[in-house]
Design a protein around this ligand. Structure first.
Ligand SMILES: [Zn+2]
Length: 234
């Protein structure tokens, strides 16, 4: 049996919203894991084997196209659950999920997740809340991809990551950003160069650090604030 205290070391809003007894019972099924940037948790169409509660990591849910491009549909950090599609009765995710920022998470088996969701109303309510804002975030990202420029979207992406890493430097290549935004590497490189030239980011040896957050917020599209409010008001 897993250590019941595992849930206490996993700072995820869905878990921390549960009462002590509910959290402790769930904790018996949780396993703390470290997830590394670039690792895929799921590929589209594959059966879901585990559900994840991100803590310090950030997960990108992607639609991958046959031409090799991909577009990020949403990001799930410590406010959400990855693989919660199971709660809707789907044994597989129609999209892929890749680790965007390395960090900690807690994982739970499919069976334990489904059992808890079916039998414990408090857990059911928290997971449902998470699903609601995640679906709203996907809708906002559709608007974003249609209406906002690569520069605006990249500023929004960097701010979301900065929220996750709390101001720390993080590794990120142009190629990885391009995969998230559905953009070519030259487009990403040009935007990154402009951000650096304007003193908004430092970008050295594949690592990015936000140094002028308010400047980046002025460039970012409204989606940054909209999705943040969805998370905070879930
Ligand atoms: Zn946008």
């Amino acid at each position: 049996m897993m250590d019941p205290r595992a849930s206490l070391s996993c700072s995820n809003s869905v878990l921390s919203a549960l009462s002590g007894p509910d959290r402790d019972r769930l904790g018996a099924h949780l396993k703390p894991v470290k997830l590394k940037q670039g690792d895929f948790l799921y590929h589209a169409g594959q059966k879901i084997e585990r559900v994840y509660f991100p803590a310090s990591c950030l997960i990108s849910v992607l639609a991958e196209l046959s031409n090799g491009y991909s577009v990020e549909l949403m990001q799930v950090g410590n406010h959400g659950v990855v693989g919660a599609f199971l709660a809707l009765g789907s044994p597989q995710l129609p999209y892929s999920a890749v680790v965007c920022v390395t960090g900690a998470a807690c994982q739970i088996s499919v069976q334990a997740f489904v059992n808890e969701f079916k039998s414990e109303w408090a857990f059911q309510a928290e997971v449902s809340n998470s699903l609601r804002w995640q679906l709203s975030a996907v809708a906002q990202n559709v608007v974003c991809a249609q209406m906002h420029t690569i520069v605006q979207r990249m500023a929004t992406l960097l701010l979301r990551i900065d929220d996750s890493v709390r101001g720390a430097e993080f590794p990120m290549t142009h190629e990885f950003i391009g995969n998230l935004l559905g953009s070519s590497r030259p487009e990403v490189a040009k935007a990154a160069h402009n951000f650096r030239a304007a003193g908004r980011i430092q970008y050295t040896r594949g690592n990015i650090k936000i140094v002028d957050r308010s400047g980046l917020e002025k460039v970012a599209c409204e989606c940054y604030r909209t999705i943040r409010e969805l998370q905070d008001n879930r």
